[in-house]
Design a protein around this ligand. Structure first.
Ligand SMILES: C[S@@+](CC[C@H](N)C(=O)[O-])C[C@H]1O[C@@H](n2cnc3c(N)ncnc32)[C@H](O)[C@@H]1O
Length: 220
């Protein structure tokens, strides 16, 4: 299989309630932990049409911005998220705009799997997470996709190499929860972010999960 082969989250056609259930669980768990979501300003960094999961938390927060690069999704995205501020453009460029500095306290990176971008310059959430710092104020809830056990991984050597570099380990075909929690604690720490709360919530596909982190900028 060619490296450029698309890895689809929707490889199996799941009904909306199956796709959306994990994010509904995430919101319920955050609220049970004492986080008030109702005044938060959220950002969906990779929005598509928003019906795979964005729609399931849009009503929980005060305000939502949704960014998507592909104009073919715009019409349905607007229909699915009628109250959201929609931008069609490259989220990496939008994230650098002054108007979004410290604008958000709830960010979801529903990142594609494998390599993506016109030059395959991005991999999973690895580059996208680097946009956290300008986008958040003193604290935020950050949610992104982690791939614990990539499907058909042997067909994607470039993806393997990028994961090996990012996770700094030789074998990334199976990442257990203990490793992931420790890795991202160090990751956030190295970027001046204290991890206040953290949990991993399985998604609709066995290999995929949400990494959910409440972070605060260190003041020291
Ligand atoms: C996994 S889908 C998102 C699904 C969506 N959150 C939902 O709930 O339906 C990933 C999306 O990221 C978009 N994307 C990829 N690169 C992007 C970029 N640089 N800027 C904005 N969107 C991008 C893709 O076009 C695709 O629609």
């Amino acid at each position: 299989m060619k490296q450029s082969a698309k890895i689809s989250l929707a490889a199996t056609a799941n009904p909306p309630e199956v796709m959306q259930a994990p994010m509904i669980r995430v919101c319920a768990r955050l609220k049970s932990m004492g986080f008030d979501l109702s005044k938060r300003r959220g950002l969906e960094f990779f929005a598509r049409e928003g019906d795979w999961q964005t729609i399931s938390y849009a009503g929980e927060i005060a305000r939502l911005d949704a960014w998507e690069i592909d104009p073919k999704f715009e019409q349905t995205l607007r229909a699915n998220l009628p109250k959201a501020q929609i931008r069609i453009g490259d989220s990496f460029k939008l994230a650098a705009q002054k108007e979004y500095t410290e604008a958000f306290d709830f960010i979801v990176y529903d990142n594609p799997q494998g390599l993506f971008g016109d030059k395959n310059q991005y991999c999973e959430h690895f580059e996208a997470l680097e946009t956290i710092d300008p986008l958040i104020g003193s604290q935020a809830i950050i949610i992104f996709n982690i791939n614990r056990e990539p499907f058909n991984y042997e067909n994607f050597p470039d993806w393997q190499r990028r994961r090996e570099q990012f996770y700094r380990r030789a074998n990334t075909s199976l990442l257990d929860e203990k490793f992931l929690l420790s890795f991202y604690r160090d990751y956030f720490q190295a970027r001046g972010l204290e991890l206040l709360e953290v949990f991993i919530e399985p998604r609709h596909e066995r290999y995929l999960a949400y990494f959910v982190a409440a972070v605060a900028k260190r003041t020291d």
